[in-house]
Design a binder for this molecule. Structure first.
Ligand code: AMP
Length: 396
């Protein structure tokens, strides 16, 4: 038995989970927020106890050192040598990485070079990797890419109808995101249905603050809704999802916005927040949607955008065996699941109203006579990361 850390480093945050492997038991988890800002917050959950520390964390190194210090202080571990592997979520893997890899200097260099595709994320991911390699030199370091699962998409699905040279010159194509989540959820769906994953046509709906939808064929990602960046696809909490690109220039010109400012609007002021004008959180919108027209419009547009991808993917897959909901909205919102289900009734896909009353638990929510299964499967990216670390450790 050994302990594996799953790390998700953002630009100002660091989420961690320590697992006992191969038992797949979560020992401790927590996060550091507001790295580089005043009043950082460190949170650790261990043994049913929650520790919260407020202090400044000038950089990721300070955050990681605090985590390791607290691990020892709270006796989560006795010695750092117990941690034998660290798995890092990396947002952009480009075309270089189609699976998780053990990090060496060359991999680290490539992750840094891929920062152009994820300017907010890859530098933080790379910094996290570097610090852990230094502080835990004997632990295997593994990079798990958000984009890797989608590298199986056929080129007609990942290319944009732009001059082909932009693809060869700049890597202008669809990379997708949330790959680790879609992979985990599709594996669980096959297990729950007791069918080989390779035999299933699946649509996985990762509906959280960021949302993406994936069509899975032969156990592989066949198409996905996010694009060159995670801005594309369905309506999200504050991200626009798909828009006509010429509209972007039209608005930019009239509002006098720089490229960065326009991108900020598309990433941070659009989506559910932009339409509703009141909230980016689905819970807040559901609470008032019966009386607030804008909240209702935002929820309707969100569901509509989900339906467009489900419809497209059923056609692309030539049918569907199962549709799986995951992430914050997918796992918790019976309202959104009911609305999606109703729109599929005409094809004989039926969500059972009673089974649908579920939050954050695995369950088949379709009726027995439904033409496709509908499921809720809570995502677990940390476990998938830890499994990759374990596998690569055993392969060494
Ligand atoms: P995630 O990004 O996966 O953590 O999902 C976060 C989002 O899930 C929040 O912004 C909410 O919109 C949504 N969410 C969480 N709990 C609920 C709930 N009980 N009902 C509806 N939406 C929820």
């Amino acid at each position: 038995m050994s302990k594996t850390l799953a790390i998700n480093a953002g630009s100002s945050s660091l989420k961690f989970q320590l697992l006992e492997m191969p038992a797949e038991e979560v020992i401790a988890k927590g996060q550091v927020e507001r790295i580089g800002l005043d009043d950082g917050i460190f949170t650790l959950k261990f043994n049913g106890e929650k520790t919260e520390i407020t202090k400044d964390f000038p950089d990721h190194r300070a955050a990681i050192e605090e985590m390791l210090t607290q691990f020892k202080e709270k006796q989560v571990i006795n010695d750092l040598s117990e941690i034998t592997g660290v798995g890092h979520r990396v947002v952009a893997g480009g075309e270089w990485f189609n699976k998780s890899v053990v990090v060496d200097d060359e991999v680290l260099d490539k992750i840094k070079r891929l920062s152009a595709y994820a300017p907010l994320h890859n530098p933080a991911n790379a910094a996290g990797i570097e610090i852990f390699r230094e502080l835990l030199p004997n632990a295997i370091s593994v990079a798990v890419f958000d984009t890797a699962f989608h590298q199986t998409m056929p080129r007609e699905n990942y290319l944009y109808s732009l001059p082909y040279e932009y693809y060869t010159k700049y890597g202008a194509r669809k990379y997708g995101a949330h790959g680790t989540s879609h992979r985990y959820v599709s594996e669980r769906t096959a297990e729950i249905l007791d069918k080989p994953l390779e035999d299933l046509k699946l649509i996985t709906l990762h509906l959280g603050a960021g949302a993406s939808i994936t069509a899975i064929k032969d156990g592989k990602s066949f198409d996905t809704s996010m694009g060159f960046t995670p801005l594309a696809g369905v309506t999200m909490a504050t991200r626009s999802g798909d828009v006509d690109p010429s509209l972007v220039y039209y608005i930019q010109e009239r509002e006098g916005l720089s490229n960065e400012e326009m991108l900020y609007v598309l990433n941070n002021k659009s989506g559910l927040l932009g339409i509703s004008t009141i909230a980016s959180d689905m819970r807040d919108l559901e609470d008032v949607m019966d009386t607030n027209d804008h909240a209702k419009l935002a929820v309707d547009m969100f569901v509509d955008s989900v339906m467009r991808y489900i419809g497209q993917y059923i056609v692309e897959l030539g049918g569907v065996d199962a549709i799986t909901f995951t992430a914050g909205i997918g796992e918790n919102s019976d309202i959104v699941r009911r609305m999606v289900g109703e729109r599929l009734n005409f094809m004989g896909i039926k969500v059972d109203p009673e089974a649908n009353q579920v939050r954050g638990k695995e369950r088949i929510i379709s009726t027995d006579d439904s033409t496709a299964k509908v499921l809720v499967v809570p995502t677990n990216e940390e476990l998938e990361i830890a499994r990759d670390v374990e596998r690569l450790k055993n392969e060494q």
